[in-house]
Design a protein around this ligand. Sequence first.
Ligand code: FES
Length: 154
Amino acid sequence: STTQVFERGYSGPVYSDGIHLVDGEGERITEDRLSEGEHITVFPEPRPGIEDAPTLLVRYAESDYGSDISEGFTVSGYAAFSKVCTHAGCMVSDREEDLVVCPCHFGKFNVLEGAAVSGGPPGRPLPQLPITVTSDGFLVATGDFEGPVGPGGG
Ligand code: FES
């Protein structure tokens, strides 16, 4: 449903042509923004509630991704995940190589394996956001996170 998309924030419509991803300054993310191995925090546009839908955008070589990555959720080496920890809702904000780490109880998620839990108390992966690149070279979300954002939801 459209209201579940960014349930802790944006709850407006999902546009068929995608929701632009923007950085902390509101600048739209272009396909050439990251190099392989880089991570950045982005937000879905349009606002409001944008501060409540922080999303981790990563870029790797396509061949670096394991089979757990959701089909159709990566483009041009990019993958995007909710930053809201599925354990108790802190922001995952630290990084150890290809793992992102939640500072609250040290939950760890592997972004090359669909953000599968690789340590700590979280019970499920960070939900992934389906993305694509527009014909004019911008990264956009094409729909809902694949699962509930944050704690709960099984
Ligand atoms: Fe992230 Fe507990 S809130 S590990």
